[in-house]
Design a protein around this ligand. Structure first.
Ligand SMILES: CC(C)(COP(=O)(O)OP(=O)(O)OC[C@H]1O[C@@H](n2cnc3c(N)ncnc32)[C@H](O)[C@@H]1OP(=O)(O)O)[C@@H](O)C(=O)NCCC(=O)NCCS
Length: 286
């Protein structure tokens, strides 16, 4: 078996065995070409007789934080340690690129993947909930998943660039911020929130003040993502509700918020009509 960087000619072979990885399909066939061409990350394959039987990717999210994702071993070759063979050189690439830590995200029911990263020496550091619901016209029942909810008593107001240090200080000390170890979810990737991230969010109108809570959002059409929500038990429900209202007003079809697996915040999200699914961040110090 040869372990090497993925090449253009590997793409059809990778697509052929990754179409149906999960019940819902897989996103790898849609992004593999972009990954192979991307000079900012590295995509490795394990090839047997020239044919790819495993693929995985790593990249830097900040100068000292790496991210690993997209590992797929051909179903006929699982259980033989191929994932580690491809994972070890990826960890070396991330270390050589200057990172001090590498993280990845795994659904809590993905036992094979959890076993694989545990054997490499990763530790589970954050228990997360991915909370989501439909909004706007995409919602069959406009009140959401059978949950009755009028507009929130709170309203999300754009926050200022000058608020950035305050937001960062709060995120590093609040119950929620500490539970997620100061990370922010950029889509499905997490890195430490830095003051410049908060300033950039404020500059692009994506930093929100909601009562005493703060939020950073992004829109990846048609989904409205809450990448960071710093809130408290007494206003969590209204704060999430205000962000659902904002998503609705923006014409989004889907609302997504990353939360730590803390009971009061998860219950608040459920009350606003969100479904939740548990995932964890796993970390490896380099
Ligand atoms: C997760 C995955 C990459 C692991 O790759 P792998 O090369 O099979 O890894 P390993 O050989 O180290 O096996 C890891 C665990 O898979 C399970 N496993 C063993 N044989 C298996 C088989 N034939 N099929 C599925 N899982 C198997 C075992 O729990 C094993 O742990 P153990 O060695 O402690 O018994 C692979 O199962 C895969 O591609 N899964 C689908 C995609 C996926 O879930 N990717 C990760 C998303 S976060």
């Amino acid at each position: 078996m040869e372990i090497r960087r993925a090449r253009h000619e590997d793409i059809p072979g990778i697509i052929a065995y990754t179409r149906d990885t999960f019940e819902w399909g897989d996103y790898v066939p849609d992004v593999i070409e972009e990954w192979v061409e991307d000079p900012d990350g590295v995509t490795m394959v394990a090839a047997l007789d020239g044919e790819p039987i495993a693929v995985a990717r790593a990249l830097l999210l900040t100068p000292n934080e790496g991210w690993g994702h997209g590992i797929r071993v051909h179903p006929d070759h699982r259980g033989g340690g191929v994932a580690a063979e491809i994972g070890i050189p990826l960890l070396a690439w991330i270390r050589d690129a200057g990172a001090q830590v590498v993280r990845l995200l795994i659904e809590d029911d993905n036992e094979p993947s959890i076993r694989h990263v545990q054997k490499l020496g990763f530790r589970r550091t954050v228990r997360l909930m991915h909370a989501s619901r439909t909004v706007g016209e995409a919602t069959a029942n406009p009140e959401g998943n059978g949950v009755r909810r009028g507009p929130s008593a709170l309203r999300a107001k754009p926050a200022k660039v000058q608020d950035a240090p305050l937001v960062l200080a709060s995120w590093s000390s609040s119950e929620i911020g500490r539970a997620v170890r100061g990370l922010i979810g950029e889509g499905w990737r997490f890195h430490t929130l830095r003051v410049d991230d908060v300033r950039d969010a404020a500059g692009s109108g994506s930093l929100w003040e909601v009562g005493n809570s703060w939020a950073i959002t992004t829109t990846i059409e048609p989904t409205f993502h809450v990448a960071m929500l710093d809130t408290r038990p007494d206003e969590a429900y209204e704060a999430i509700g205000a962000l659902v209202d904002l998503a609705n007003n923006r014409g989004a079809e889907r609302f997504v918020v990353w939360l730590p697996a803390i009971d009061w915040i998860v219950q608040a999200a459920r009350r606003t009509g969100c479904d939740v699914s548990p995932l964890s961040i796993w970390e490896y110090p380099l």
